[in-house]
Design a protein around this ligand. Structure first.
Ligand code: BGC
Length: 245
């Protein structure tokens, strides 16, 4: 089976058809810049452009970088505040005339890793952490997702963790990997104290360079880089849509 997956981010909106059995893209991905301001209508028009680009039947899966409860965006940490309370699923369905499954971006990346990548067949508690503009998390118990955990916003020293340890912060502040690694160490150790996971999977573009900073992170749990890298959102969104089909 093949379904369309769309990854909606603050910078780009990317889509591609996904082979659901293998977790691979069956065509090159199509990427459009995220409109600014990224209001619900503007994003829906871009999503419609991505859908129109591919001739794929069936339900479409889409990621969104916010809490998504039953299709509705409940937060907007790094996106236009107009999203709060917006039924993203209904807006995308109206713009495309297709059925949608919409889920949090980190949850989608986690679903991709648990189904096809670094978390495949892993039981127990697995925590996926995506390091990007923000910090996203996805928690799995025996392979089942606990959605919308938002552990990127836990407070450490009274500060929102993602404002101290995201990849954006590293780039913006020009931190060395050692300096950033120390902050990540604190972050992962705090997560570990709260959840005692068996496995941490680290995603986001920077996970390609895991050898540069994993050495600074000391957890009891095994720590591994994500395997699907920049395709994780697209693949996870399509896999989530398949689960609802
Ligand atoms: C948002 C999460 C999102 C994460 C990664 C955070 O700021 O609150 O919903 O998963 O960024 O994009």
């Amino acid at each position: 089976m093949q379904l369309l997956g769309i990854d909606i981010g603050g910078t780009g909106i990317k889509g591609a058809p996904v082979d659901i059995d293998k977790g691979t893209l069956t065509a090159d991905r199509f990427r459009v810049l995220t409109p600014h301001p990224a209001t619900p209508d503007a994003v829906a028009a871009t999503v419609a452009e991505v859908v129109a680009r591919f001739d794929v039947d069936g339900r479409v899966g889409a990621t969104f970088p916010a809490v998504i409860q039953h299709g509705v965006a409940m937060t907007a940490a790094n996106v236009d505040k107009k999203w709060i309370g917006t039924d993203a699923r209904a807006v995308f369905e109206a713009a495309t005339k297709k059925s949608f499954t919409v889920l949090n971006d980190a949850d989608a990346a986690g679903v991709a890793e648990m189904t096809y990548g670094a978390g495949k067949d892993r039981k127990g508690v697995v925590v996926m952490v995506t390091l990007g503009t923000g910090i996203g998390t996805a928690v799995f118990v025996d392979g089942k997702l606990v959605p919308n955990t938002e552990l990127g916003h836990i407070e450490i020293n009274g500060k929102d963790a993602e404002t101290r340890a995201s990849e954006l912060v590293r780039e913006r502040e020009g931190f060395s990997f050692r300096k950033w690694g120390k902050r990540l160490n604190r972050y992962f150790q705090t997560l570990e104290a709260l959840l005692s996971p068996d496995l941490f999977i680290v995603g986001g573009g920077i996970s390609k360079k895991s050898e540069k900073f994993f050495g600074f992170i000391h957890t009891r749990a095994q720590l591994v880089p994500a395997q699907l890298l920049n395709e994780a959102g697209i693949v996870g969104a399509a896999a989530a849509a398949a689960a609802e089909s």
